[in-house]
Write a protein that binds this ligand. Structure first.
Ligand SMILES: [Zn+2]
Ligand SMILES: [Zn+2]
Length: 89
């Protein structure tokens, strides 16, 4: 025997989420920027942006730090940093 499922909790959750969104627009903004990491003191070797914000890449062959927007322009194999912590080989 299967009963039809009532999705009341789902509806409540969506209503609460919508209310939170309208109440705290800044919270929503911060949730939409998952990559807000600031790589303090790191300069992009291609466009000279400093510090690099967001995704940061490093080219081991050229010994260059590269920002997110320059990454598609650099054709080497790049190492992607996910945080500020740097692992040196
Ligand atoms: Zn750049
Ligand atoms: Zn390179």
């Amino acid at each position: 025997m299967s009963k039809p499922k009532v999705d009341a909790s789902q509806l409540v959750r969506e209503a609460v989420a919508a209310e939170l969104e309208s109440l705290i627009p800044s919270l929503r903004e911060s949730m939409m920027k998952p990559q807000g990491i600031i790589h303090d003191g790191i300069t992009c070797s291609l466009c000279s942006v400093s510090p690099i914000v967001g995704a940061r890449y490093y080219c081991a062959s050229c010994d260059m730090d590269i920002c997110e927007s320059c990454e598609p322009e650099h054709m080497c194999n790049l190492i992607k940093y996910k945080s500020q912590s740097v692992v040196k080989a």
